[in-house]
Design a protein around this ligand. Structure first.
Ligand code: SAM
Length: 343
């Protein structure tokens, strides 16, 4: 095989990575995958252009890229290309699919992408770029994330969409049936809480989040006959209600060590004897040499928050310092992993 020194194939592919992401993001933002899903027949570029209100030349080039990366199918009839969706695009990219990653893509394209434009400064300064990117103070992470109603909705959509594909693995990583009262601290739109309620119907599941988040969750993400309850609160400044099990999903990675330890100690005090805490995070390997996606998440935390991603030993130490015992780690093999510790 040819060496990378003879010709830098792999390097060039990496350098092109942002174009691949942006091509998929743009197709999503234009509504291409929804159109292809809803269309009864395959469509040529002129038809797609007319329905989406784009230029024909532009959409044809975009469609051809999506064909090349196997997200769209093509069939050429009498010299004209007819495009149709693939099963993967229908399942994960169309807005209406229950497993849709649409909201994750919109957030990556419209919020994360501009932040990563300032990655050089983030690395140089060792801190988030909310100030440079959005003109908001870098210490108030969630004031930046929730800087408008629209941004709050987009962020909540992002949080929501992960659990459509990863939620089941997290709630079944351990048998949680003995925990009858469960509080999801910083549970956002309630997506993971609903997965818990589905798996453990004899437990009560409550989401505790900031007042504005709870209000938006109830307005925009509530379901008919909802299986979960919401409670407005502040896990740093306010009371943590007693419960058998606390969920901390993607919370620890947002904050500095001292705040996490303070939070875990507070949880330990509130927790019923024999209860516990379940942490859901993307775990680094112990030597931090991977997985690459988690290393990328950690860079993302640098650009957007005050936290980082960690290997399992870090969580074990934090939990033990806070008074928890019997720490168990479950790697799911997907994006997020689970850690259970008992009081
Ligand atoms: N647990 C959710 C998930 O994994 O999808 C959301 C994770 S998100 C990164 C962090 C959550 O913590 C947000 O929903 C945010 O509103 C909430 N949060 C931040 N500060 C908080 C505080 N002081 N009290 C309660 N919730 C807070």
């Amino acid at each position: 095989s040819q060496s990378e020194l003879d010709y830098p194939f792999k390097l060039l592919e990496y350098l092109n990575g942002f174009r691949i992401s942006k091509a998929i993001f743009s197709a999503c933002e234009l509504g291409l995958f929804d159109l292809l899903l809803q269309s009864q027949k395959s469509l040529n570029a002129a038809e797609v252009a007319q329905k989406l209100g784009t230029s024909e030349d532009g959409i044809e080039r975009l469609l051809d890229v999506l064909v090349a990366i196997e997200i769209v199918d093509v069939e050429v009839v009498h010299g004209t290309a007819h495009y149709s969706s693939t099963d993967v695009a229908n399942l994960y990219l169309a807005k209406t699919s229950p497993k849709s990653l649409h909201d994750l893509i919109i957030y990556n394209s419209q919020t994360i992408y501009p932040l990563w434009n300032n990655l050089v400064d983030a690395v140089r300064d060792g801190k988030n770029q909310n100030e440079k990117t959005f003109g908001l103070p870098s210490e108030e992470i969630f004031s930046a994330i929730y800087r408008s109603e629209e941004e709050m909705l987009k962020f909540m959509g992002l949080m929501n969409s992960t659990w459509a594909i990863d939620g089941h693995d997290i709630v079944t990583a351990f048998d949680l049936s003995r925990f009858k009262s469960i509080i999801d601290l910083g549970g956002c739109s309630g997506a993971l809480a609903r997965e818990l309620a589905k798996e453990y119907p004899s437990s009560t599941v409550t989401v505790l989040d900031l007042p504005a988040v709870v209000q938006t969750a109830q307005q925009h993400f509530a379901q008919q006959d909802d299986t979960i309850a919401f409670q407005e609160g502040d896990f740093f400044e306010g009371e943590i209600p007693p419960a058998d099990l606390y969920i901390l999903a993607r919370i620890i990675h947002d904050w500095k060590e001292e705040k996490n330890l303070k939070l875990l100690r507070k949880i330990h005090t509130a927790c019923h004897p024999g209860g516990g805490v379940l942490i859901a995070e993307a775990l680094l390997f112990e030597n931090r040499r991977g997985p690459t996606t988690v290393q990328m998440f950690s860079l993302n935390m640098l650009v957007q928050t005050e936290g980082k991603e960690h290997p399992p030993s870090h969580y074990t130490r934090l939990l033990t310092d806070a008074g928890f015992r019997d720490v168990q780690v479950c790697r799911t093999g997907k994006s997020y992993d689970a850690i259970l510790a008992l009081k």
